[in-house]
Ligand binder design. Structure first.
Ligand code: GRF
Length: 216
């Protein structure tokens, strides 16, 4: 199967981007990153991309009159790279329905909670406040509903006595770096397909919560 073309969108540190770069370098993903695009010029992920010899672009959303204008320009830039898959890796922007529809079935996000729990921000604190026995992260296809698209894979961690938002964030991040490259690898191998009724893996419907990843 031919190598898939991936475009990664970031706003910050890019540690998930790094995990995908490393996984490609290790030969675990049949794809290559055609470009990394950031809406912030100071995102450290841009340095990570340059270090790996990947094309980078900065598109500052503040330079556009409104969300639709930015998303149109972003779409044009992304499409210039003809991606098979677009990966949101800490891209801190809400995307317009038109943008999301344009990439239907080829747009991934990672979210730091066990979706459908705790959509939106401050997920670690909210998991603590809710008294959740477990917390974690999820890779999902992006649809028009914020953090609401069909789930591909989830990684749970137990919430331990003495945990605070920071300790949870640290343990969840470690798992993010495992499940994001895994989901990208599955996609690039042609194993995942988004259909009207949910996600197919090797042609078989995934459960609503996606795969449950454990370290064992
Ligand atoms: C991650 O926690 C991810 O779940 C969230 O944004 C953060 C990005 O971190 N969507 P990084 O930039 O990949 O280090």
């Amino acid at each position: 199967m031919s190598e898939k073309r991936i475009v990664v969108l970031i706003s910050g540190s890019g540690s998930n981007l790094q995990a995908i770069i490393d996984s490609i370098a290790a030969g675990s993903i049949a794809g290559r990153i055609a470009a990394v695009i950031s809406n912030r010029a100071d995102a450290y992920g841009l340095t990570r991309a340059s270090n790996a010899g990947i094309d980078t672009q900065v598109m500052d959303h503040k330079q556009y009159p409104d969300r639709a204008a930015f998303d149109n320009a972003l779409q044009e830039t992304i499409d210039g790279y003809q991606p098979d898959l677009v990966v949101l890796a800490g891209f801190m922007r809400i995307l317009t329905p038109d943008f999301v529809r344009h990439y239907a079935g080829r747009l991934f996000n990672i979210h730091p909670s066990l979706l459908p729990l705790h959509k939106g921000l401050h997920t670690h604190q909210r998991a603590l406040e809710a008294g959740d026995p477990e917390h974690g992260c999820t890779v999902h296809f992006v649809t028009e509903e914020l953090d609401g698209g069909p789930l591909v894979v989830q990684a749970p961690i137990p919430v331990l006595p003495g945990d605070d938002a920071e300790s949870l964030q640290q343990r969840v991040h470690i798992l993010e770096h495992k499940i994001y490259p895994l989901a990208v690898a599955w996609f690039c191998a042609g194993r995942l397909e988004l259909t009207a009724t949910g996600v197919l893996f090797d042609g078989t419907p995934l459960p609503a919560n996606g795969f449950r990843y454990t370290d064992e």
